[in-house]
Design a protein around this ligand. Structure first.
Ligand code: PLP
Length: 450
């Protein structure tokens, strides 16, 4: 039965969450830290298997996945090439010694990764999570610039490990741990596409001031930004903004880090988000889809920057037990092949345009839908009070709950849970997209009426 999954429309056997999901939730609540999984009578469903853009839960319900499981399933769930790569590697070597006697699979993956990047000669530091890639980039920038201060952006999400969390903006993540966070991070406003020249100027003026005169805190040596803010609600900066930011950064001899953990690898209809902007960063953070579903991330940069790291003298000063894990690397190499052989970047562009057009049409004139925006298969529906412009708190959370009942997996985003975020696998079919749009329209209208 599982081979059918991939391009199916939803098929619900029970009203989700079904009895087995509810039972799993009850078992989970007894053994997992209660902060981790959001458990309510309406949420979540527990996954049993997935392929392409379909997920089947433990009650046998089939969903169309508009989340890509946090944007990870770029080449689709359980992509055949990735499965084959993992299968073949797992019979030979599952774990190696990343920085001592490294697995051959690490070399093969790093070569494939270097072949994708914008630099003729590049080096990478591998990790397992996106947060680790950010940590590696922040350390690299300090080695190069020698100034510890960091400029990040309001709304930014760069991860939750202590170094990366210091650059993540959202209060609920930072609040309890504030006393452990580096205080030399400053946040500048992240402009929105609708912003006029006044807001853009305000953001750039603040950055210029921080980079040139400074506020008396640690001098800034690194600027870290998402080319499109993901978890803040698919916020796309206005044209020319990243270029202006790059100029300011480089004039101040600071390093420009693009966190493309969400936007990289085809998500936005280009291989990397920066290709839309014509700005090549100094350092690039990748994660999520990079391992084809296995945990794998990378901080990549040109040799002239990355070689600020001294050669290992037998003790690597930045490494981890699972660095270059052969199974993850084999999956990553297979994933990168799928990305190319499946022409998935072009697919993201074309289907993303279809999704954006259909959704904009579906939601045109709906009071409370302030904007439908996106690039490639990365789309956000912004829900705001039409009179005040204030975000409709939790409206996207309600919409996601209603969509689940129609067999659609979708996530809320934005600081107030007011943006419905769509980041489906790039292999989603046209038929699935066309089916999903009116159902999402219904869920959004229902959420706004509630
Ligand atoms: C842009 C961005 N950076 C960093 C991260 C952190 O990645 P991870 O959760 O794998 O640590 C995320 C996760 O959503 C992200 O979207």
């Amino acid at each position: 039965m599982s081979e059918e999954l991939g391009g199916l429309l939803p098929k619900l056997l029970t009203s989700p969450p079904g009895p087995r999901s509810l039972e799993m939730a009850s078992r989970l609540s007894r053994v997992e830290s209660r902060n981790v999984t959001y458990l309510t009578p309406d949420y979540p469903v527990f996954w049993e298997e997935a392929r392409g853009a379909n997920v089947r839960d433990v009650d046998g319900n089939v969903y169309v996945d508009m989340t890509g499981a946090f944007g990870v399933s770029v080449a689709g769930h359980t992509a055949q090439g990735v499965v084959d790569g993992i299968r073949s590697q797992s019979g030979r070597l599952i774990h190696g010694m990343g920085d001592v006697h490294p697995p051959a699979a690490k070399v093969e993956f790093l070569e494939a990764l270097a072949g994708l990047g914008p630099w003729p000669e590049s080096r990478a530091i591998l990790g397992s999570s996106g947060s680790e890639a950010v940590e590696a980039a922040l350390k690299t920038a300090l080695l190069v610039a020698g100034r510890p201060g960091i400029l990040a952006f309001e709304g930014a999400y760069h991860g939750l490990t202590l170094g990366s969390l210091a650059t993540t903006h959202r209060e609920e993540f930072r609040g309890p741990f504030l006393s452990r966070l580096y205080e030399g991070v400053r946040f500048a406003p992240y402009p929105k596409p609708g912003d006029g020249s006044k807001e853009i100027k305000k953001s750039l003026d603040k950055i210029r001031w921080l980079l040139r005169e400074g506020d008396g805190g640690d001098e800034v040596g690194a600027v870290i930004i998402e080319p499109i803010q993901g978890r803040a609600g698919v916020r796309i900066p206005p044209p020319g903004y990243l270029e202006a930011l790059a100029d300011l950064t480089w004039n101040a001899k600071a390093l420009l880090i693009f966190d493309e953990i969400f936007t990289g690898l085809g998500r936005t209809g280009a291989l990397f988000g920066f290709l839309h902007e014509g700005v090549v960063p100094d350092l690039l953070c990748l994660g999520k889809g990079l391992g084809g579903g296995l945990p794998l991330s990378a901080c990549v940069g040109p040799a002239k920057i990355m070689d600020a790291w001294p050669p290992s003298q037998g003790e690597a000063i930045h490494t981890s037990t699972f660095l270059g894990n052969p199974l993850a690397c084999a999956a990553g190499t297979a994933f990168l092949k799928e990305l190319v052989s499946g022409d998935l970047v072009a697919r993201s562009k074309a289907l993303g345009e279809t999704l954006l057009d259909l959704l904009s049409e579906e939601l045109a004139g709906v009071p409370g839908v302030s904007e439908v925006r996106g690039r490639g298969l990365f789309v956000g529906v912004d829900l705001r009070d039409p009179d005040t412009g204030a975000p409709f708190r939790k409206a996207a959370v309600r919409a996601a709950t209603l969509a689940l009942r129609d067999g659609i997996l979708v996530l809320p985003a934005g600081a107030y849970g007011h943006v419905l975020e769509l980041s489906p696998p790039l292999v989603i079919t046209q038929e699935q997209v066309e089916w999903v749009v009116p159902k999402l329209g219904g869920a959004i209208r229902g959420a706004l009426e509630a």
